[in-house]
Design a protein around this ligand. Structure first.
Ligand SMILES: *[C@@H]1O[C@H](CO)[C@@H](O)[C@H](O)[C@H]1NC(C)=O
Ligand SMILES: *[C@@H]1O[C@H](CO)[C@@H](O)[C@H](O)[C@H]1NC(C)=O
Ligand SMILES: *[C@@H]1O[C@H](CO)[C@@H](O)[C@H](O)[C@H]1NC(C)=O
Length: 285
């Protein structure tokens, strides 16, 4: 009994003792060189650290002045000078009592010198990601700059991707489904700058649908054949008496088949059931 109570107490106490990792910040926003975000929940004692990764670096570094800050914004102008082309990737993570959340990356909504400007054009079965090449990064690096276009259905993580120097058309997409994309510049095979923020578009359904017509015709034909088979089965099983009657040839029972019995009536049936001709056989002593 005492042990049980002890166990229950231990179980109850666990959530109090263990510290949950803080949720990552939300609503990340970039306006020129000022980053803003909102806390996930109303948590206390949470601080934020903004980190950047420039093109020629492998490790994420803290942005000076935005390390373990309790503010919900960060001026990252300083990182522009840290990178040769001024393009950096940026992320933020929440921290509480030494436990850190998953880092969340910032994205660029409108496109700038470091992020592609994306316009989506949806057509039946395909999605064209219209990308402008009128950006300083393209002027300076010409054909060494490519776009990496991530795509997938809405709600999925955008794992699939295609490369393109200018606009990219993704084919064989499911009609009526909503697809999303995000695009990043690739310079000398390395990602550079912020990804464009996720944009989604519904793939329209084509009006001309020979495939659909074919399916409808097939379904109707199958239903008709099934109905026909059922009807034939029904007739054979439940109406066989009537069929037998229909098939019966008109006939008369010959007289010598009818054995005369004393005091009995002898009837002769003709093909018409209603007509009966009866004679009384009187017993002969
Ligand atoms: C960000 O910092 C730079 C100097 O490092 C300053 O010139 C600029 O005005 C600041 N931006 C904002 C929005 O505070
Ligand atoms: C892409 O956008 C440009 C204007 O920014 C336009 O001229 C061009 O026709 C578009 N391309 C496609 C395939 O829609
Ligand atoms: C390219 O961008 C510059 C500004 O960055 C603009 O002045 C120019 O008109 C643009 N060219 C085209 C063809 O869109």
């Amino acid at each position: 009994m005492f042990l049980t109570l002890l166990c229950i107490q231990a179980v109850v106490q666990v959530p109090v003792v263990s510290e949950a990792t803080p949720a990552p910040p939300q609503n990340l926003h970039v306006d020129k060189w000022l980053l803003t975000w909102t806390p996930a929940t109303e948590e206390r004692d949470v601080t934020y650290t903004v980190q950047y990764l420039s093109f020629d670096n492998i490790v994420w570094k803290d942005v000076p002045g935005c390390s373990q800050t309790s503010f919900h914004s960060c001026n990252v102008t300083i990182t522009r000078d840290e990178s040769e082309d001024g393009c950096v990737m940026l992320r933020v993570q929440a921290e509480r009592h030494g436990l850190t959340s998953e880092p969340v990356k910032f994205c660029s909504r409108y496109g700038d010198s470091c992020s592609p400007e994306v316009r989506l054009v949806a057509r039946p079965g395909s999605l064209t990601v219209n990308l402008s090449r009128n950006h300083s990064i393209v002027w300076e690096n010409a054909d060494h700059v490519k776009h990496k276009v991530y795509y997938g259905k809405e709600g999925e993580s955008l794992q699939k991707y295609e490369y393109g120097t200018s606009s990219v058309t993704i084919l064989k997409l499911e009609e009526g489904q909503r697809y999303c994309t995000k695009v990043q510049y690739i310079l000398y095979d390395k990602p550079v700058g912020l990804k464009s923020c996720t944009q989604c578009e519904v793939i329209p359904v084509s009006r001309h649908k020979p495939k659909q017509t074919y399916v409808i015709v097939t379904v109707v034909a199958v239903i008709f054949v099934a109905f026909l088979i059922s009807w034939i089965g029904y007739v054979l099983i439940f109406r066989h008496q009537r069929i037998k009657h229909w098939l019966q040839p008109p006939c008369e029972i010959p007289q010598h088949f009818l054995m005369p019995f004393p005091g009995h009536q002898i009837c002769s049936y003709t093909s018409s059931i209603r007509e009966e001709h009866c004679d009384i056989i009187s017993p002969i002593e």
